[in-house]
Design a protein around this ligand. Structure first.
Ligand code: CA
Length: 269
C-alpha cells in the first residue's frame, strides 16, 4: 500500500526567515518536518542539519523490507546522529550556540507506520472523519495540561506556548519518543510544524483537510493559506500522506465529518 504525499513550507506573514525544513521521500516511505530555533539564522542551520542527517542515515537504506521494531531503532539512531551533528556544529561555530530543532518523522512500512518526534512538531492521523493526534508535544504548556494546571484551550493561546522541553542540539543525551501505528486504506497522515497548529484548531485542520478531499497537494496549499489567513505568525510546514488508491477511498475516510463536527463544536487544541 503506497501513499500519495506532498509537502510544503511557507515563511508565514510575520517572520523574515523560514527556519523550518522538510523531507518528502515517498519512494522510501520517509517523511519529516523540523522546526529550527536560534538567532543569526542558526535555526535554519539546525533544522537543515537534522533533515540532512535523517536523509543520509535512512535515505540510502531499504526501509520497506525491515520490520517495525528495526525501523523504530533506525529512526531513533538517525535522530541521535542529527543531535550529534548539531552539537558538533555549535562547538565549531560559536555564533550558533543555543541553536536547536524539533523534529517529527514518519516511516511508512506497508500497513504500519513508525512515528518519532522530539519537541512540538506534530503528527496527526485522519480516519473515519476524526483527527487523532499521534504525538504529544514536548513543551512547557503541554506539561501544564498534563498536570491539570492549564486547559487545552488556555495552552493554545498561552504566551509561553513556544517553549519546548526537548530539542535536537540542546544536550548529548537526547530523549526520543517513538510509536507504531497501523495504517488503513483511506487514512490521511499530516506532519506539521507548530506554525500550523498554533494558528488553527484541530477541528479547523480537519475541516480544511476534508474540504481538500484529502488530496495531498491541495491539502497542503489550503492548510498554509488558512494558517496565513489566521495571522501566519510563524513559519508553516505541512506534509500530507494519503493512503488508498482512489479519491473515493479518501472521501470515505473524511465523509462523516459534518456529523461529527456539528454536535461537539470547535475543539480547541
Ligand atoms: Ca515554529
Amino acid at each position: 500500500m503506497r501513499a500519495r504525499a506532498f509537502g510544503l513550507t511557507d515563511v508565514g506573514r510575520r517572520r523574515e526567515n523560514n527556519q523550518d525544513s522538510l523531507l518528502v521521500r515517498p519512494e522510501l516511505g520517509l517523511y519529516a518536518v523540523a522546526d529550527g530555533m536560534g538567532g543569526h539564522a542558526a535555526g535554519e542551520v539546525a533544522s537543515r542539519i537534522a533533515i540532512d542527517s535523517l536523509n543520509d542515515t535512512l535515505g540510502s537504506q531499504g526501509l520497506a523490507t525491515i520490520d517495525p521494531g528495526e525501523a523504530a531503532l533506525r529512526l531513533e539512531d538517525a535522530f541521535r546522529e542529527g543531535n550529534r551533528r548539531i552539537c558538533d556544529s555549535v562547538v565549531a561555530r560559536g555564533e550558533w550556540r543555543g541553536m536547536g530543532t524539533t523534529i517529527v518523522a514518519l516511516v511508512a512500512l506497508g500497513d504500519r507506520a513508525i512515528i518519532g518526534h522530539v519537541g512540538d512538531s506534530r503528527a496527526y492521523r485522519v480516519r473515519g472523519g476524526q483527527l487523532e493526534r499521534m504525538t504529544s508535544d514536548h513543551s512547557w504548556v503541554s506539561e501544564q495540561v498534563r498536570l491539570g494546571l492549564l486547559t487545552d484551550d488556555e495552552a493554545h493561546r498561552h504566551p509561553m506556548r513556544n517553549i519546548v522541553t526537548r530539542a535536537l542540539g540542546n544536550r548529548n543525551d537526547l530523549s526520543v519518543e517513538i510509536r507504531e501505528a497501523d495504517v488503513r486504506p483511506g487514512d490521511v497522515f499530516l506532519l506539521c510544524s507548530d506554525g500550523l497548529n498554533t494558528m488553527l484548531t484541530d477541528s479547523e485542520i480537519l475541516r480544511t483537510l476534508a474540504e481538500s478531499d484529502g488530496d495531498p497537494e491541495h491539502s497542503c496549499r489550503r492548510l498554509i493559506e488558512h494558517a496565513n489567513s489566521k495571522g501566519g505568525e510563524d513559519n508553516i510546514t505541512v506534509i500530507v500522506c494519503a493512503w488508498g488508491a482512489t479519491p473515493k477511498d479518501r472521501r470515505a475516510s473524511l465523509s462523516t465529518l459534518p456529523n461529527i463536527l456539528k454536535p461537539s463544536g470547535d475543539q480547541a487544541n
